[in-house]
Design a protein around this ligand. Structure first.
Ligand code: BGC
Ligand code: BGC
Length: 644
């Protein structure tokens, strides 16, 4: 039913007679509508009362359904109805069809939602996806710089706008929940997920977390009770701080490995961003695959329940990582039944299964029925999930809004992304010792050379988690502007641009004298998660050769596209200028904006730039700190408004 339009319901202090009158009124309204009054469906009721009312009506099967998150590919209407599925996700690159439009995404989500609404209690599903640098799984979405680049901007207001834009693009596809932000404090760049971290510095990660969470979810009102999930309806989405906790502190930067730290250091280095996320009303927290001092985070009751839920007062829901329950015990000793018990007991509320839901449901049902898992724990889990669903208005607005489809890849979002790109670039060298600065470059050159594997490759400049999980090379990946295209658009019409991906030294030598300058763009190829773990951190070949060949012959600016600092010390002497561009995303114009002086360079290193890998881990504040460029370093240039 629709709520009776009365405001007295809201006031907890309303005299009893008024409340009775209100109940009667709504009963009348309900009777007129031919429906029984159902408290949990009444948006005028306080969320706590709605949760309790709904929980009291649920069977064990319905509760376990709420705790289950299954992958899109197996979320048919029949499965959703049979298992009372509470949540569906898109894994990396899991899309309804290749290059699906916003409308097609909406149709897919709507179909699943309608199945959920058909169940006895009509509890809507919450659909989640990794929108981690824009709505990156979706073709034609705006791709923002990965988090490491956002750390370099030092600009929380900009980051908040990126969160808002990302939320709008997710809503364009009917999706109300993202597994972001990653609030990892990456302490070792050998970690394959280092680019998902804003910084090695806890304070900088906190600053960005405090901006990104309200960007995605909306601003909680002043004096909002700490830890209560807050998600403004409409165009905002529920967020997820991940991966709790210490994911960025593993030994040698090995993904999903062991973080060996004292409790004090864990709390000091890795925990603070979670407190900020909780203060901002983050809807969910995802647990890390990694271990702390040898104990898997997914079974750490002390950190999940005692610290996160009780000490930090987090009242949203805790979700596992992908198939994480399966990974608690290692094959061939896999013991799923036991792992479920450990995780639920530790305080996990929602399980990202994502495929073996029949086994999960059967095992959990058995364990609750035989008393191995207490019903109280299940009720806590389900209450938290329902609390988020009520808070975000899912019961009132469960279906995608077709009017929002146009938000996908919206022009204004692309402008924000372009701004983010130019603010994220860090200028590390500008002119050889004793020589004049090279940047900004002249737009009026006669002839220039653009070279390297990353100059004209949209997929490379977007990195991992772009359209597919691992990311991929190529210019047909999605819509955007490559760095070469941006350079072409920036320079004078009369400027001749020679472009070569893999330049041949002798042919450059021939025309070397004709080039006013060269822009060399090299870097890492896309990767995600463990695939990105790397113990040597060299610039992949032929990058170093291209740098040496070109810079040996022509005045050169080297732009490095990478998720982290790489070994550059051997080549830096040959470069005339050096720019760290991180993983800028689809808006290559932002690179040209600063190279050619339409805007100045302002970015500051969000990470220490080491000299050699044997120094690692080495972070700002360490006793033995001997970097090539320290944390916070970044040269600036002034915009050149009047170029002659
Ligand atoms: C990653 C998470 C991600 C999840 C869902 C996992 O492998 O660790 O960051 O949210 O997959 O795609
Ligand atoms: C999924 C990702 C997930 C990863 C974990 C992939 O198959 O698409 O979402 O993060 O597996 O290993």
């Amino acid at each position: 039913m629709r709520a009776a339009p009365t405001t007295m319901w809201r006031s907890p202090a309303a005299p009893a007679c008024l409340l009775v009158a209100a109940v009667l009124l709504s009963a009348v309204a309900a009777a007129t509508a031919g429906e029984e009054y159902v408290k949990y469906k009444d948006p005028k009721k306080p969320i706590g009362e709605r949760v309790d009312d709904l929980l009291s009506r649920m069977t064990l099967a319905e509760k376990i359904g709420q705790m289950s998150q299954i992958e899109r590919a197996n979320a048919t209407s029949a499965v959703i109805e049979k298992y009372f599925v509470g949540s569906v996700l898109s894994g990396g690159g899991s899309v309804p069809s290749e290059k699906a439009t916003a409308k097609e995404w909406q149709q897919m989500v709507a179909k699943m939602q309608k199945a959920a609404l058909k169940t006895r209690l009509g509890i809507p599903i919450i659909y989640g996806i990794d929108a981690v640098h824009g709505h990156n799984n979706v073709h034609n979405a705006t791709i923002f710089p990965h988090n490491v680049g956002l750390g370099a901007t030092r600009d929380p207001k900009l980051v908040k706008r990126i969160g808002q834009s990302t939320a709008h693009e997710a809503r364009a596809t009917g999706i109300p929940y993202t597994f972001a932000p990653c609030v990892a404090v990456c302490r070792d760049p050998r970690w394959g997920r280092c680019y998902e971290s804003y910084s090695e510095d806890t304070k900088l990660v906190q600053l960005m977390t405090s901006a990104m969470v309200p960007g995605l979810q909306g601003d909680a009102p002043a004096r909002y009770p700490k830890g209560t999930p807050f998600v403004a309806g409409g165009m905002n989405v529920a967020g997820c701080a991940k991966h709790f906790v210490g994911d960025g502190g593993t030994r040698d930067g090995i993904n999903e490995n062991n973080t060996v730290l004292s409790f004090h250091d864990l709390m000091r280095i890795h925990m603070p961003p979670y407190d900020d996320a909780v203060i901002k009303g983050v809807a969910s927290v995802m647990i890390s695959y990694s271990s702390w001092n040898g104990v898997k985070m997914h079974e750490n009751r002390f950190l999940i329940t005692d610290i996160l839920k009780n000490k930090l007062k987090f009242r949203g829901f805790v979700i596992t990582d992908w198939q994480a329950v399966d990974r608690i015990t290692t094959p061939p000793h896999k013991h799923y039944y036991h792992s479920i018990q450990e995780t639920i007991h530790a305080g996990i509320d929602m399980v990202m299964i994502p495929y073996d839901y029949p086994e999960f449901v059967a095992d959990l049902t058995t364990q609750v029925s035989n008393g191995s898992i207490k019903l109280d724990r299940i009720n806590d889990a389900v209450s938290r999930i329902l609390r988020v669903k009520f808070a975000m208005g899912l019961f009132e607005n469960p279906l995608p809004d077709p009017r929002l489809a146009g938000e996908l890849g919206d022009k204004e979002h692309r402008q924000i992304a372009r701004e983010a790109v130019r603010r994220s670039l860090v200028l590390l060298k500008n002119g050889k010792h004793g020589e004049k600065p090279v940047l900004p470059l002249s737009k009026k050159a006669d002839k220039i050379l653009v070279a390297g594997s990353h100059a004209h490759n949209l997929g490379f400049q977007c990195g991992g988690w772009t359209v597919s999980w691992q990311g991929q090379g190529g210019n047909n990946v999605t819509a955007g502007t490559t760095i070469l295209e941006a350079i072409k658009a920036a320079v004078d019409e009369s400027t001749v641009i020679d472009y070569t991906e893999h330049p041949d030294k002798s042919s450059i030598a021939e025309s070397a004298k004709e080039y006013d300058y060269a822009v060399v763009v090299v870097g890492e190829e896309p990767y995600a998660e463990t695939e990105g773990d790397n113990l040597n951190l060299t610039i992949p070949s032929p990058g170093p050769k291209v740098i040496k060949d070109v810079c040996g012959l022509v005045k050169c600016v080297v732009v490095l596209v990478s998720g982290r600092p790489l070994v550059v010390e051997p080549y830096i002497g040959a470069m005339d200028a050096f720019v760290a561009a991180w993983l800028p995303g689809t808006e290559g114009h932002g690179v040209a904006d600063v190279l050619f002086g339409d805007h100045g360079f302002t970015g500051k290193l969000p990470r220490t730039w080491f000299k050699s890998v044997d120094q690692l881990p080495m972070n700002f504040g360490d006793k033995h700190y001997n970097p090539l460029f320290p944390f916070g370093f970044g040269l600036t240039t002034k915009p050149s408004h009047s170029q002659s």
